[in-house]
Design a binder for this molecule. Structure first.
Ligand code: 5AD
Length: 364
């Protein structure tokens, strides 16, 4: 095993060294977190950018083994927000100067859904006079759809790979055309080619995952030269097939430790990308999002979905904020950012600096 301090000094992040960082004990890990904090401060300052999150619909055509809104789960009520509800959330986000909005949904490919999202995008531009940044997280779509949504005003897209190891990917997803590993990678590449600020991410500590898999995930993100990352701990959901393997996944403490380390190491490897502090962090432990910010994350996504739908967008058990209306979330989020020693960057889109640099170097 190579000493953590040497790895950080040499900055040669190959698989062996990343595994050593992920395995570092609490004492040695301090060097990793200090270095991530230093880099975060140098490249991004203290700013945390907000994205008002709208969970548009829990209808989904897919059957991911870990996910509570998989189409095979007959126990949940399916909803789709009406335009009036979406408009209210857009206005809330704009009035509160969050700077950006995220539309997240199950994976639907119907023309009805694609054109509804298109209409929403036009509405966001109209209501906010183009003030709001727009991220989509609506799954795998055709190149044509990505293009339509881009032209309608979306400019960031998050599509998680969930696991960059093909064997592990198929432990999390059925092996069929709808859940094809290579298609998912191609979709991420298409997003980049279509001009989106492109993000991906993985679940951390899911059943059958190894430390080596996690090291590969970080290398995958670096090699793909992504602009943004959203990753968080795996949380079991009792109405999903993967739940039967809960005994073989990492303990809660290990998932917390590994999630924070993944964020810190990614921050060190990819200094200027946007990294989200995810809701799953908060589900795992109270104060989890605060810890993620301290570890190197710089994006927070307050939920603005109307309260009555919150418990229906249950990707996993015990999702927080279910009883909170958007207002409550706003104040709890401000406190959280201050406690993490950071500042809310109001009225700023918070685009990925990495993307900007990529574009400038392309133009040269
Ligand atoms: N635990 C943690 N994250 C989950 N997601 C879905 N189900 C779970 C779960 N059980 C995450 C996936 C998906 C995102 C919308 O939510 O990574 O991409």
């Amino acid at each position: 095993m190579i000493a953590v301090e040497n790895i950080l000094r040499e900055r040669l992040f190959d698989k062996e060294r990343i595994v050593d960082l992920l395995n570092a004990d609490a004492n040695e890990s301090k060097f990793i977190f200090n270095e991530a904090a230093r880099i975060r401060e140098k490249y991004l300052g203290k700013k945390v950018h907000l994205r008002g999150l709208i969970e548009l619909t829990n209808k989904c055509s897919k059957n991911c083994f870990y996910c509570g809104i998989a189409s095979s789960n007959k126990k949940i009520n399916r909803y789709c927000l009406g335009m009036d509800e979406v408009e209210r959330a857009i206005k809330f986000t704009d009035d509160n100067k969050y700077g950006s909005i995220v539309i997240q949904s199950g994976e639907l490919q119907s023309e009805e859904f694609v054109s509804y999202v298109e209409k929403i995008l036009h509405k966001i531009v109209e209501i906010s006079w183009g003030r709001l940044g727009v991220t989509l997280s609506c799954g795998e779509q055709s190149e044509d759809t990505y293009r339509r949504w881009r032209e309608a005003g979306a400019h960031r897209y998050l599509l998680r790979i969930e696991s960059s190891d093909e064997n592990h990917y198929y432990k999390l997803h059925p092996k069929n055309a709808k859940h094809n590993f290579q298609n998912r990678i191609n979709a991420i590449k298409t997003l980049k080619e279509t001009g989106y600020q492109t993000g991906t991410g993985v679940m951390i500590g899911s059943p059958f995952q190894t430390i080596e898999n996690l090291a590969d995930d970080l290398i995958f993100m670096r090699d793909l030269d992504i602009d943004m990352c959203g990753m968080g701990p795996y949380i079991g959901h009792e109405d999903t097939p993967l739940f039967q393997h809960k005994n073989i996944c990492f303990s809660k403490e290990d998932r917390l430790r590994l999630s924070l380390k993944m964020i810190a190491i990614l921050r060190i490897m990819m200094k200027d990308i946007n990294i989200a502090s995810t809701t799953a962090m908060q589900t795992l432990v109270n104060g989890g999002r605060e810890l993620a910010l301290k570890a190197g994350a710089n994006i927070l996504m307050p939920n603005t979905t109307p309260g009555i739908y919150r418990n229906q967008y249950a990707l996993y058990n015990n999702k927080p904020g279910i009883d909170e209306e958007a207002d409550d979330s706003k104040y709890s989020i401000e406190g959280l950012i201050e406690r993490a020693g950071h500042e809310v960057a109001y009225s700023e889109k918070g685009n990925s600096k990495h993307y900007h640099k990529r574009m400038v170097s392309c133009a040269l």
